[in-house]
Design a protein around this ligand. Sequence first.
Ligand code: ADP
Length: 544
Amino acid sequence: MLGQMMEMPLTIGSLIAHAERYHTHTEIISVETTGERITSNWGEVGRNSRKLAYALRKLGIAGGDRCATIAWNNRRHLESYFGISGGGMVCHTINPRFSPEQLSFVVNDAEDQVLLFEQSFLPLVEKIYPLLKTVKHFVVMGPRDENIAQAIEGLLFYDELLTTGEADAPWPEVDERSASSLCYTSGTTGNPKGVLYSHRSTLMHTLVGNQPDGLALSAQDTVLPVVPMFHVNAWGVPYIAAANGCKLVLPGPNLDGKSILNLIDDTETTIALGVPTIWMNLLAALEASDSTLASLTRTVVGGAPLPPSMIPVFASYGVELLHAWGMTETSPVATINQFLQRHSALSDTEKTTLRTGQGRPLFGVDLRLLDENGELLPHDGKTQGDLQVRGHWVAKRYFGQDKDALTDDGWFDTGDVSTIDEDGFMIIRDRSKDIIKSGGEWISTVELENIAIAHPEIANAAVVAARHDKWDERPIVIAVKAPNMNPTEEDVLAFYKGKILSWQIPDAVIFVDNLPLGATGKVQKAELRKQFGEHLMDKGKQND
Ligand code: ADP
């Protein structure tokens, strides 16, 4: 016997329709690439995105066609999210930090029909233009500008395009299982791979990911996604904000510590989300300012391990750090470090230790650990193994491939090495390609980095494997000194004593001005290995 309840498709159109109707006047603050801050609201964003949906259809773009964006976090990008997906097309967000080769690869691989881009990316688009095989319409995300109108044949302007759309037409009916957006992983090795989300997976992620023990964003919040809208849909924040009527602050291109600090203070942001490097820069700017971060209650940190030394600093400003884990293939949020009732009895130090982990799975996500022979490992908080995941918003297959990317029994292998305790609290020990194999033993680079970063005279650090005659690999630290500080290699190595087993202490410290960051703001360890991987083989630097 079937249930007798209404069935309404779980679609992105329904999200923005809700925001437009019930949160009409809730503000969207957008920092434009010109630096100007403009104020819009869900009503206007809803109307404009419907206009865009119909304008694209009038251009001949069909349901399921991919429409790409190259843009920072701002109002027109938000409208494009809802207009493209809500209109039944697929919003392909492109990372502008991809190399020109990667950019043209992803556009051709996705067979994008439309490319919407900010004017500041025109030189980039002109560079790849001859290589693009499928794009029929190029749209500058702004008003008409005669100075560039001839740059590309038939160039369209977003604001003009909207006038051809329809503001009063309803959102089209879309099958909830159909594709809604497409995001490519950064492709540190090989070409980027596309993850094709559906309306249903996005809505599941929106509804479950925002439970009280999830991201918990509310209509009372002013939310600042520093995480780019081209990086896994800004962790799903635009959708969650629409469903819950949050006030949104979209930060534009300037994501340095000072700009973000000013934006938080000026807009009275209550929750901000981003990768650890963003928060490191923010803390440095904070130290040099008289801000007290008065409005901020929480930051959500993910994408790379949270340096534990940041937790008490943020706590001293009354800001809770919420650590989350996920990947492009998991939409992304899969685990969040929300405490259980009994954790309230823990001391502050114990709470800080617990917070450094990546947290427990949301309902709808399941985790397991395997050893190198594919045998299941216990969830005892100690045994580490390869982390696999499955769930309602986890990818099954990469875009354009003819085979699923899963194990024979339907799990996705994350490439992370973790432990899980009996409550499901998961800790990423390392990425399997970064972990150091020293004389048959494994050394976690994450643990060694956390110690280096906690050194008061170190601003940032990464630990990578260097080749070694006797031990195969040994850890070395690549460190950036804090401003006006001059620590020596010996100072840093001495700081490790007593904190870890002595054979795990790194063999060398190399000081650099900056760490190489990848397209999503994460430290590029492959690059560091290439640069410094032979360091211990040179000049007889090996110790036994
Ligand atoms: P990439 O970093 O390859 O561009 P993703 O953005 O999808 O791809 O990153 C996913 C990976 O980032 C995870 O597999 C994991 O290694 C790492 N990661 C994400 N969140 C965290 C976290 N909170 N702590 C440690 N590592 C994390």
